[in-house]
Design a protein around this ligand. Structure first.
Ligand SMILES: Nc1ncnc2c1ncn2[C@@H]1O[C@H](COP(=O)(O)OP(=O)(O)OP(=O)(O)O)[C@@H](O)[C@H]1O
Ligand SMILES: [Mg+2]
Length: 139
């Protein structure tokens, strides 16, 4: 399913809709260029889960954990080289979360991603709107 989001507010609302249908254990991959709106979408999810903390990019920390109606992990694998490094860091546990997990740059560990991962791809359009394609869950 592809949703066209004209504004950051639209993308955040879509994240909130997603947040309402996510179940514990679900893993979501987020792909899209710099500034596409990946973090904006996660902010919307956080809102739906009742997370009060500010959502910050986990680029340097690898993972951020938040607690709401269920816990939410937000990973950014940009800085890791691949599966081996991820395993050494004990990253595998994050792929089978108690709550939900959002993973940016999941292509770095493509072979390790669970088969039932939800894949979200954001594209920046010429009119600056974002196309957000969601595969693996119905909103
Ligand atoms: N339709 C839209 N949806 C989402 N964000 C939008 C939209 N239009 C404009 N923006 C702006 O684009 C930026 C998206 O930033 P965001 O941090 O979410 O990107 P990102 O994909 O997480 O990038 P990075 O890879 O650098 O982490 C925000 O400044 C937001 O206000
Ligand atoms: Mg981001």
């Amino acid at each position: 399913m592809i949703f066209n989001c004209r504004t950051a507010k639209d993308t955040q609302s879509l994240g909130a809709r997603l947040g309402k249908v996510l179940k514990p254990g679900m893993v979501v991959s987020l792909t899209g260029p710099l500034g596409a709106g990946k973090t904006v979408l996660v902010k919307g999810v956080a809102k739906a889960l009742g997370i009060k903390e500010n959502i910050v990019s986990p680029t340097f920390t690898l993972v951020q954990e938040y607690s709401g109606s269920m816990s939410m992990l937000h990973l950014d694998l940009y800085r890791i080289s691949g599966c081996e490094e991820f395993e050494q860091m004990g990253g595998e546990d994050f792929l089978y979360p108690q709550g939900v997990a959002f993973i940016e740059w999941s292509e770095k560990i493509a072979e390790m991603m669970p088969a039932d991962t939800i894949y979200i791809t954001l594209t920046i359009k010429d009119d600056h709107s974002r196309d957000v394609e969601i595969k693996g869950i119905e909103l």
